[in-house]
Design a protein around this ligand. Structure first.
Ligand code: PHE
Length: 371
C-alpha cells in the first residue's frame, strides 16, 4: 500500500481520486495519520532533553514545515492542480486539515513527551545489523620507520638494547670522551636536570652501558628518544628519535662498517642507491664519518627531496675510540668496533616526503591517518 509520504507527492488525478467522497476519505486518512504519529511519539518518549526537542521538531517539520511539510505538499500537489469541479471540496478539506493539525499542538509536545522512557524499554534486537566498529588507529610514521630499521638489523643478527632517557653526565659525555669544555655540554644545547644529570642528548650513552653489561662481542642497535635545547621549527624538535648501532668483536674494521651501512641503505631505500662516506669528527669515534645515500627519488640527478644535491645525509659513524672501549671495560688491544647514530624522524621525513617535523608530535588525526 502507498504510504502517506508518497501520496502527498502525487496529484489527485495520479491517485485516481475524482470525486468529493474520494477527497474526503483521503483527507481523513491524513488526519488519522497525524493523530497516530503524535500518539506514537508520546508513547515512545525520549532518552534526554535534547533528544526530546529533536523528536518533537522532527514531527512538527514533517507536517508543518513551510517547505516540504505534508500540508504544503497537499497545497502544492492536491489543491492547486485540482480541477474546477473538485477544487471546492479539496479547499474545504484542506482548511479542515489545517485546523486539525493545529489542534494537535505539535509545539507543545515537548512537555508532553516523557523523558527516559526510550532507554527504559529494551528495544528488540536486529541481529542482522552490522556491529558497532571502533575506528582503528594506525602505526605512527616514526614508529613505523623505527621498526623498519630495526627489522633490517635484526635480520643481520643485531639485538635491540635500550637505556634511560634521564642520564648522568658521565654516560652522556665523559665516558664518551666528550670533555667538559665541549660546546655540546653547554646549557644552550643540553637540557640539564642538575649539574650531573641531563636528558640524554643522543643514544650513544647506551654504548657504554651495554659494554659494561655484556662485554664483547656485541652487536646491538639502540632506538630511543633524545632531547636537546632546540626551539621547535620545521626541522628541529626538543625531543626527537635516534637509533644507535654498535658492533664490537675481534678484527672489526672500517670495511665492516662500510659494508653493513651500504647493505642497510640498499635494504631501506632500494637496491640501486649508492653510499658516500666523508670524513667527520666525533669525540667517541676515530676515524669518524658522515654517511650519505644517493637520492632514491632522482637517483642522484638533483630534486626537491635531496635539495638538488643528489645526496641525502643519513648519519654519523666511525670506529669506536679505544678510550671509549676502555671506559666500557673492553680491552682495545683485543677488540675493535664501529658505531653509528641516525635520526629516525629525519629518516621518516625523507622517506615519506614530510616537510615539517612538528607534524609528528601534534597528534592531528588528519595527518596520522594517512599512514
Ligand atoms: N651520537 C652522535 C650524534 O648524536 C651520532 C653518532 C653515533 C656518531 C655513533 C658516531 C657514532 O650526533
Amino acid at each position: 500500500m502507498m504510504g502517506i509520504d508518497e501520496k502527498v507527492r502525487k496529484t489527485l488525478a495520479e491517485l485516481g481520486v475524482n470525486d468529493a467522497q474520494g477527497v474526503e476519505s483521503l483527507f481523513a486518512e491524513l488526519r488519522k495519520t497525524a493523530e497516530r504519529e503524535r500518539a506514537e511519539l508520546i508513547s515512545r518518549g525520549a532518552p534526554n532533553q535534547p533528544q526530546r526537542e529533536r523528536f518533537c521538531k522532527a514531527l512538527r517539520d514533517r507536517w508543518l514545515a513551510r517547505k516540504g511539510g505534508f500540508l504544503s505538499q497537499v497545497d502544492e500537489n492536491w489543491l492547486k492542480p485540482a480541477g474546477k469541479d473538485l477544487k471546492p471540496a479539496v479547499g474545504r478539506q484542506f482548511n479542515e486539515l489545517r485546523r486539525f493539525t493545529a489542534s494537535l499542538e505539535f509545539e507543545k509536545l515537548v512537555e508532553a513527551l516523557p523523558l527516559g522512557s526510550v532507554a527504559a524499554r529494551p528495544a528488540p534486537r536486529d541481529l542482522t545489523l552490522p556491529g558497532l566498529r571502533r575506528p582503528l588507529g594506525s602505526i605512527h610514521p616514526v614508529t613505523r620507520m623505527q621498526r623498519e630499521i630495526e627489522d633490517i638489523f635484526l635480520s643481520l643478527g643485531f639485538w635491540i638494547e635500550s637505556g634511560p632517557e634521564i642520564e648522568s653526565t658521565y654516560y652522556n659525555f665523559d665516558a664518551l670522551n666528550i670533555p667538559e669544555s665541549h660546546p655540546s655540554r653547554d646549557d644552550w644545547d643540553t637540557l640539564y636536570i642538575d649539574s650531573n644529570t641531563v636528558l640524554r642528548t643522543h643514544t650513544s650513552p647506551v654504548q657504554i652501558r651495554a659494554m659494561e653489561k655484556y662485554g664483547a662481542p656485541l652487536y646491538i642497535i639502540i632506538p630511543g628518544k633524545c632531547y636537546r635545547h632546540d626551539n621547535p621549527d620545521s626541522t628541529h624538535s626538543p625531543m626527537f628519535h635516534q637509533i644507535e648501532g654498535l658492533a664490537i668483536d675481534e678484527d672489526i674494521t672500517f670495511a665492516d662498517l662500510k659494508g653493513t651501512l651500504d647493505f642497510f641503505a640498499k635494504k631501506l631505500f632500494g637496491e640501486k642507491v649508492r653510499t658516500r662516506f666523508q670524513p667527520s669528527f666525533f669525540p667517541f669515534t676515530e676515524p669518524s664519518g658522515e654517511v650519505a645515500v644517493s637520492c632514491f627519488v632522482c637517483d642522484g640527478q638533483g630534486c626537491r627531496v635531496c635539495k638538488e644535491s643528489g645526496w641525502i645525509e643519513l648519519m654519523g659513524c666511525g670506529m669506536v675510540h679505544p678510550q671509549v672501549l676502555r671506559n666500557g671495560g673492553i680491552d682495545p688491544d683485543k677488540y675493535s668496533g664501529w658505531a653509528f647514530g641516525l635520526g629516525v624522524d629525519r629518516f621518516a621525513m625523507v622517506k615519506y616526503d614530510i616537510h615539517d617535523i612538528q607534524l609528528f608530535f601534534q597528534g592531528d588525526v588528519r595527518f596520522l591517518e594517512q599512514f
